[in-house]
Design a binder for this molecule. Sequence first.
Ligand code: GDP
Length: 424
Amino acid sequence: MVKAIVGACWGDEGKGKITDMLAADADIVIRFQGGSNAGHTIINDYGKFSLHQMPSGIFNKNTVNIIGNGVAFNVPYFVKELNYLKENGIHDPKILISDRVQLLMPYHILFDTYEEARLSDKQFGSTKSGIAPFYSDKYAKTGIQICDLFHEDILRERINSACEIKNILLEHLYKKPKLDPEKIFSEVIEYKEIIAPYIVNTAEYLNKALKEGKNILLEGQLGALKDPDHGIFPMTTSSSTLAGFASIGAGIPPYAIEKVYTVAKAYSSAVGGGAFVSEIFGDEANDLRMRGGDAGEFGATTGRPRRMGWFDCVATRYGCMLQGTTDVAFTAIDVLGYLDEIPVCVGYEIDGVVTKEFPVTPLLEKAKPVFKVLPGWKCDIRGIDKYEDLPENARNYVEFIEKEIGYPITIVSNGPKRNEIIYR
Ligand code: GDP
């Protein structure tokens, strides 16, 4: 059985917790896209962890964790996370790395930083993890596959040719010091010994595991609206965030994915720029931000305060549709217990016309939210473990949203801890 866990909207929906929960009975957990640019927060018996690149099955002794070919693989970051886990009592986790994954190179981070500085007030709000330059290189065919580390002549030649182009940009566009390919080669070749024990043909491994009937979990990063094709381009990320891409980023047949758990948070938050129709500001936003998540809504990678908004049925329905959702996991509903009334965005008004369809970016910029206001439940609902025991207004909130988005909410999360979960 293959399950995917993905985000409905802008990311930070609480996928980490749901993944950690579903990973408990997974034989294999795979990261199939993105890199160290986004983060999951997981709270379990070992403590509270902020993971960026490691698959979330890392806490289970019997789970094999795979860095799939679709990931932007940052080796120094991988080592840092391994050490961080070790310091916190997680020893010798089972990890496999695809022999076709490409390396996030030191110059990708440089270019990310220089480009954001060049764009100045038009910048994308990148986490400067090198993700856009990495995927640009992959598609421009100047990227470096991890297997190149074991063929030094090829590696040297590929670094030389990448540097040739990059040095022209550095000299003439960014006015920065040029790269020394030999220096990069010696830095990168150091990775070889560190990662050698983990490398396998993960597509072969997974297809064999499929035949053996193993439980496989595909772990997505960010959310549907950050997808470069279907999202809020250009304020998107650089690799597909959709469950469908898991087939490519991991190397499994598309029809193998039987369950798609789309995680949607009971309110909205977003990082970076771009239109955010149900956004709220000032004290109203701050009240929600400080109560959100397990310790306020601040970026797991950057610590930046997240932008806040009310739940957006238009965006979430669209996100769930693109993900091919079979189940919605509805998180952080406990956070809303302080509100007398809870606005929910049920439509976008664009040029005087109300629509429920998520529009293309130029129209999205013009969209104004149409809110329906639902009554709050005014109490703490953490600790409740049966759906029927939730206050009526909390159930009405869930059921109203389920009807608007048109996908079944089968999991309700009412607290950051692993056991704070209600199945419907
Ligand atoms: P991800 O990128 O989708 O995994 O999102 P994060 O890891 O950033 O999760 C958002 C935050 O919400 C984290 O601090 C989680 O601990 C927290 N969280 C997850 N589920 C719940 C929930 O049901 N209630 C509350 N209050 N916090 C939650």
